[in-house]
Design a protein around this ligand. Sequence first.
Ligand SMILES: O=C(O)CCC(=O)C(=O)O
Length: 248
Amino acid sequence: MVELFGTSSFDDAARSRLDADGHVVFPELLTDDARAQLTTALAGIQALLPGDEQHRPNHYSAEYDLFLASLIRHPQLLALARAVLGEKIRFDHCVALNRPGGNDGTSWHSHAYAEGDPHLGFLRIFFYVNGFVLGDGNLKVVPGSHLCRDAEIRAATDIELQQGWMQNRVHPVTGAALQIEPLAAPPGSVALMWTHAAHGVNPRRAGSATRWSVVYAYRNPGAESHARWLTPGFEQSMAGTDGLMSLY
Ligand SMILES: O=C(O)CCC(=O)C(=O)O
């Protein structure tokens, strides 16, 4: 089994940052071996695109690649997910987020999960295999936005977000004005994010190499998940005795 992370990362300081900001980035956490195997797997997914519209290789990535599937139950990944969410967790999805040169990025959005019950967490764990620099397929966030638990945050541009959803809102805990924070991530970075955080991705520059990335999502059971791209056959093939693959 590949060693996924070079160090153990999630300590009290990281927990505080994740809970206050909605995200935390661990630079260079992936081992070189993991990065090499992830790059091969993600390039394989990229080569399959667009594929079957009903079963898209980038949405159901673990169903198309054994290495990506093997990471769902990787002890270091499960330990990280449980350190954040507690013992009772469910796997939600594994989605390839490769961004070739010229990719448009993604407009501002948040995701849905158990809006009425803040005890139910939904964690996104991004692997930025070859990283990204500012202004080139970089992730951007609004620290504190996750605390609003708003599944409907949408904006096409930074200005639209600032003049729309962010207008007249403050950080729910600190009371500070909300700010857009563009992130940089050196190769091998892992980012944790609560799913209700407002986030978007800037376009990848035309001449840049493909940004290899994938997200693994885990959540506390108890509510329906709409992001759960998982076929029944795959769910059964991966089922253990711990309920990790079930919906509830
Ligand atoms: O591509 C990324 O870095 C983030 C993708 C994203 O917005 C998402 O997974 O919700």
